[in-house]
Design a protein around this ligand. Structure first.
Ligand code: ADP
Ligand code: MG
Length: 287
């Protein structure tokens, strides 16, 4: 039988916009000592802005933007949406064919007889496209037209207002280790890691790398409970693997709601602290 106070805890949490799929997850939260976070849309706002567009020799900025707008036309990723909003180009959908989103990498689409790629270094390497070293500070989206680098866009994203305070509160509540796994480049990931004083950071993670990294972190914490917090974009498998998977800003994503154990209806990281508080409060009533 389920102790009655669990219902109290779950009900209390739901009033705060936190949906918990079962009383056992309150126990997990009570014991949580390692927190692993996704970056984009979880620790950061996930609202990218295009900072600049840099054409490759032989291409104009307008050509790069037109290709980028076509490449991202069907994307729901925060990066794709930011590029579409920035380019302000009306795309003729009848000319687009065979759109594909490549998780953790970018997009591919055909426009008339051209193949357009929009994505990170890994996407271009997969297509044998040569890249110069790039030390821009930001998230870089390379644009290729017919296997030739046409240029790149640099995008910036900001840490959410409450993120740092949330992590500090978690530490105060006894969390021993806070880790971030990101599909974004290592430079951006490390910069945010420093800013937020994280214990460990991994950038350039493909969705599968997030799974492998999470397995390792969980194995390193055999006696404790390892929590994952993500938005369901490229991280639903990890949400499902965690002792408790917490989905934030997940209302747009069925995959996240399905995979997660705890769902934050609002997009505020401080609701994680509220959930842990509810778990501790519930525990006190039970004892
Ligand atoms: P995070 O782990 O930070 O939440 P994602 O796994 O969602 O990031 O994405 C990882 C990386 O894949 C992005 O930083 C970007 O380089 C690339 N990417 C994903 N989707 C797109 C897209 N639609 N257009 C361009 N690049 C993309
Ligand atoms: Mg993400």
């Amino acid at each position: 039988s389920i102790p009655i106070s669990y219902f109290g805890g779950i009900g209390r949490a739901s009033k705060e916009g936190v949906l918990i799929k079962g009383g056992n997850y309150l126990d997990v939260l009570y014991q949580a000592d390692v927190f692993v976070f996704d970056k984009t849309g979880t620790l950061t706002q996930g609202e990218f802005k295009v900072i600049k567009t840099v054409p490759a020799p032989g291409f104009s900025e307008a050509e790069v933007l037109a290709a980028a707008a076509a490449g991202e036309h069907y994307s729901n990723h925060p990066i794709g949406k930011a590029i579409t909003a920035h380019a302000q180009i009306i795309v003729d959908e009848t000319r687009l064919k065979n759109y594909a989103e490549i998780p953790g990498k970018g997009t591919r689409v055909e426009v008339d007889n051209q193949v357009i790629l929009a994505g990170n270094k890994s996407l271009l390497i997969d297509h044998q496209i040569e890249l110069a070293e790039n030390d821009e500070a930001g998230t870089i989206v390379y644009i290729a037209i017919n296997k030739q680098l046409a240029g790149y866009l640099v995008l910036g994203d900001k840490v959410k207002d409450n993120t740092f305070a949330t992590l500090q509160q978690l530490k105060k509540l006894g969390v021993k280790k806070i880790v971030m796994l990101s599909g974004d480049n290592a430079q951006v990931a490390n910069q945010i890691g420093q800013q937020l004083q994280l214990d460990e950071v991994m950038g350039d993670c493909l969705p599968q790398d997030k799974v492998t990294a999470f397995e390792r972190i969980k194995a390193d914490n055999p006696e404790g409970k390892t929590i994952f917090v993500g938005d369901g974009m490229n991280d639903a498998p990890v949400l499902a693997m965690a002792d408790a998977g917490i989905a934030m800003g997940a209302l747009g994503s069925d995959a996240a709601i399905e995979a997660a154990d705890i769902i934050l209806m609002k997009d505020d990281p401080m609701d994680i602290v509220k959930s842990v508080d509810v778990a501790k409060y519930t525990r006190r009533i039970m004892i």
